[in-house]
Design a protein around this ligand. Structure first.
Ligand code: URA
Length: 266
C-alpha cells in the first residue's frame, strides 16, 4: 500500500490515540500498515517523539522563595518579558507565530498544564482556545469553577509543526519558564493534561493509565493526571474516566460539583 500523506496522517492520529491511552510499544506483524508505520517520517510518529531516557523530569528552579501575593502579577510579567520573542529552541524557526505564555488567575488554586499550543493558540497567543479549549472550559465549569479562576499553561510555549509532540530538548529548554510560573502562582494542585504534560512534570515514562487515579507530588505541589481534552474529543467515551480524575483534584481542593438545575436534570 503506498504511503500517501492521508495514510501517514491516519497512522499518526492512531499513534497519538494509543499514546494518550498510555500504549507506547507496537509490534510489527509484517503487514503493509506496519511497514508504513516504520517508514513514516519521524515528525508524524508520536511514539518516536516520546523521550527515550528516564531522566526527563523538568529541572527544579534555582530559587523557590515564595513570591509575595502582591508581587505575583509583576513576577509573571517579568518572566514573560524575559521569554520575549524566544529563539532558545528550534520551535522558534518552525512556523510559530506567537509565544503562548499561559494565562489565568495569578492566585489560582488550580493550574492546568497541557502539551503545547495548536494552530488557534498560535494565532491568538492564548492557551486552549480551540476545540480542545472549549472542552477544557466545560471540564473547568463541571468542577464548579470559571476559567478565570484557574491558570492554564503548556509544557512548551510555541506551536510544534503539525502539532507534533514536543521534543525533549524543546520541553526541557522551555520548562525553566513553566516552573517559574508554577513557583510564582504556587497552585494547590496541578492537573496534567495528557501524557506529554505528565511525562515531563513527573519525570520517567509511565503510561497514562499507571499515573491516573491518584495524587502525585511535583516539587512540593500536588499533581493529578488526566486525559488531554484533544484525546477526549477523539474518544468521548473516556470523558467518564477524566471526570473521575477531576473529582480527585476537586476533593483535594474541597470542591463540590455544582448542583444541576431542574431543567439540566430532566
Ligand atoms: N493543546 C494543548 O496541549 N495546549 C493548548 O494550548 C491547546 C491545545
Amino acid at each position: 500500500m503506498p504511503l500517501t500523506p492521508e495514510l501517514q496522517k491516519d497512522i499518526a492520529a492512531r499513534l497519538r490515540y494509543y499514546r494518550d491511552l498510555g500504549v507506547f510499544d507496537f509490534y510489527q506483524r509484517g503487514s503493509a500498515t506496519a511497514e508504513a508505520v516504520a517508514e513514516a517520517p519521524p515528525q508524524d510518529i508520536a511514539q518516536d517523539q516520546m523521550p527515550k531516557t528516564e531522566s526527563i523530569a523538568l529541572q527544579e528552579p534555582e530559587t523557590s522563595t515564595p513570591v509575595a501575593p502582591e508581587n505575583r502579577i509583576e513576577a509573571l510579567r517579568i518572566i514573560q518579558e524575559e521569554i520575549g520573542e524566544c529563539t532558545r529552541c528550534p520551535l522558534a524557526f518552525q512556523g510559530r507565530h506567537t509565544v503562548v505564555f499561559g494565562e489565568g488567575n495569578p492566585y489560582a488554586r488550580l493550574m492546568f498544564v497541557g502539551e503545547g499550543p495548536g494552530a488557534d493558540e498560535d494565532a491568538q497567543g492564548r492557551p486552549f482556545v480551540g476545540r480542545a479549549g472549549q472542552l477544557l472550559n466545560n471540564m473547568i465549569n463541571a468542577m464548579g469553577l470559571q476559567r478565570e479562576q484557574v491558570y492554564i499553561a503548556n509544557i512548551v510555549k510555541c506551536r510544534p509543526p503539525q502539532n507534533r509532540t514536543p521534543e525533549p530538548a524543546e520541553a526541557i529548554t522551555c520548562s525553566q519558564f513553566l516552573l517559574r510560573q508554577i513557583d510564582v502562582i504556587r497552585p494547590e494542585i496541578i492537573v496534567a493534561l495528557g501524557s506529554t504534560a505528565a511525562t515531563y512534570l513527573l519525570g520517567g515514562k509511565s503510561p497514562l493509565s499507571a499515573l491516573r487515579g491518584r495524587v502525585h507530588e511535583m516539587h512540593g505541589t500536588k499533581l493529578v493526571v488526566t486525559y488531554h481534552p484533544a484525546f477526549l474529543l477523539r474518544d468521548p467515551r473516556q470523558k467518564k474516566e477524566a471526570w473521575k480524575d477531576l473529582q480527585i483534584a476537586m476533593a483535594e481542593l474541597g470542591l463540590q460539583p455544582p448542583k444541576k438545575s431542574a431543567s439540566e436534570q430532566a
